[in-house]
Write a protein that binds this ligand. Structure first.
Ligand code: GLC
Length: 491
């Protein structure tokens, strides 16, 4: 990396006070030919976030090993490798009126789907999306589930006799619940713990379907959950409905996770086999931690989180955390390297003040003075910035996003190579589709590119041509509805 040895001009902002301090700072910094101020912090950051091929390979192999260990017994590795009880995927024959309820982050969605079987497929869908008030993420289970059930009741009311049901038959719901759940059957499961910043009391250790049923009863709502699924599983089902080659589903949004089609005869912890010989495994890969290139900023963020030591992969690659890592780097650069000319804006110390969509917008700025970056920094942190400081900020964003995207790619290869090892040629020797959903993947072009680059580097161009990463937008809603239909009590 070429570093020009010129001393930086920090622009007309709050000057560094003493001449000695200024001299020390100037000796610590240089300016790249691109105009970025290079500081020891930036150099260290780029070194510790680097993901050359050997690092990617190590991560992919460790993912494969952890998957195997997690399939032997519960607690066998960081990866929970949860049995989903989804043993067959949609065929296209699914029929009837079903609902899907999706709870996984800051919103919940309710969807009504009219399925028309092989010929008509999805006849009609309607949906509603409701933001979950922030405070409900920290209150009681009853309060959260009452809120959801009342949203569902309002939506169900709008059906207003459009569809009739045979007497004694209840409306059925596919419930997508995007947190780690130990499934006890296709329609029941116990919340192991909350992730993604949720800290609702009273749910962990309890069946989430029972929580929803009780809340529906309190609302006087007569519906039943016929399938409880993770969002990855719902995405896989939704994508498989249209494409038989879908074998893996990945979510890259607020949180991250992956599921895949596994052979039941290679799952030691599963007793008995399914008629299809396959089942879907929810890996909960957000908890993966083996061999990740981490920095002091990741460790500090983890230590300050509500779940220290947990969800390390998620904290390194997913949308909830990328902005926060960048903020922590910028704070240190402002304090130690006078990134903003010696002025350390107070708001730079506010946790989660910088969100991943802001990081993304800054990276899309193509104006010559990086005006968008300047106004985002000003709006969020109330700081004026020189062009050089803005360039440095973009380079920090890129470093964190590049690491995230490439590690996500390595994770995908880890899953694919596990599947390939157990079924030679059936994954890499033919078209294999990875269904992908989540806002981070959808809205962040650089992240997407870094992810794809890592997959191609790891697999080589011949094999990677067969691996199609396909954006399956909102496939999880239809997916959950399809699984509700195929697991209907009345079918
Ligand atoms: C978190 C949850 C996981 C979910 C993922 C994506 O990692 O633990 O269940 O699939 O976020 O929403």
């Amino acid at each position: 990396m070429a570093v020009a040895a010129t001393s930086p001009s920090l622009g007309p902002f709050s000057p560094v006070r003493s001449p000695t301090k200024r001299r020390i700072l100037q000796s610590r910094m240089a300016v790249r030919s691109t105009g970025t101020i290079v500081t020891p912090i930036l150099i260290d950051l780029q070194k510790s976030c680097a993901t050359p091929l050997p690092v990617l390979r190590h991560v992919a192999d460790a993912m494969t090993d952890d998957m195997r260990a997690g399939l032997v017994c519960d607690g066998g590795s960081d990866l929970k490798m949860i049995l989903s009880y989804v043993n067959s995927l949609p065929t296209g024959n699914e029929n009837g009126l079903v609902y899907a309820l999706d709870l996984g982050g800051t919103n919940f969605r309710v969807i009504r789907v009219q399925l028309g079987g092989k010929d008509e497929r999805v006849v009609d869908t309607e949906f509603d999306q409701v933001a979950i008030p922030q405070e409900l993420m920290y209150r009681t289970s009853e309060e959260l589930f009452d809120f959801i059930a009342s949203g569902l009741a309002k939506f169900a009311e709008k059906e207003s006799g459009k569809f009739s049901l045979s007497p004694g038959r209840k409306r059925e719901i596919g419930f997508t619940f995007s947190f780690p759940v130990k499934q006890t059957s296709i329609d029941s499961g116990i919340l192991i713990k909350w992730t993604k910043g949720f800290a609702v009391s009273g749910t962990p250790g309890n069946c989430v379907v029972a929580c929803l049923n009780e809340a529906m009863e309190r609302q006087g709502l007569d519906m039943r959950v016929s399938a409880l699924v993770n969002d990855t599983v719902a995405t896989l089902a939704g994508a498989r409905y249209w494409d038989d080659d879908v074998m893996v589903a990945v979510i890259l949004g607020t949180g991250t996770n992956a599921c895949y089609v596994e052979r039941t005869d290679v799952i030691p912890k599963m007793h008995g086999h399914t008629s299809s010989g396959n089942t879907i495994i929810n890996t909960e890969w957000g908890a993966f931690s083996n061999g990740l290139p981490l920095t002091e900023f990741d460790r500090d963020m983890d230590a300050a989180s509500i779940n220290p030591g947990e969800q390390i992969f998620e904290k390194t690659i997913s949308g909830m955390y990328l902005g926060e890592i960048v903020r922590r780097v910028l704070l240190k650069m402002a304090e130690v390297d006078a990134l903003f000319g010696g002025f350390v804006p107070e708001k730079l110390s506010t946790p989660f003040a910088l969100m991943t969509p802001d990081v993304c917008s800054m990276q899309q700025d193509i104006t010559s003075d990086l005006g968008v970056v300047g106004s985002i920094l000003n709006n969020i942190f109330e700081v004026k910035s020189s062009i050089r400081a803005r360039k440095t900020v973009v380079e920090v964003c890129d470093t964190i996003v590049k690491r995230g995207g490439r590690l996500a790619g390595a994770g995908i290869v880890g899953i694919l190579q596990k599947m390939e090892q157990d079924s030679e040629g059936l994954i890499f020797g033919k078209r294999t589709v990875v269904a992908m959903d989540g806002g981070l993947y959808e809205h962040y072009p650089q992240y997407r590119k870094y992810l794809q680059d890592a997959v191609t580097e790891l697999l080589g161009s011949d094999i990677s041509k067969n691996v199609i990463i396909d954006h399956s937008k909102d496939g999880s809603g239809i997916g959950a509805a399809l699984l509700a239909a195929s697991n209907s009590k009345y079918a």
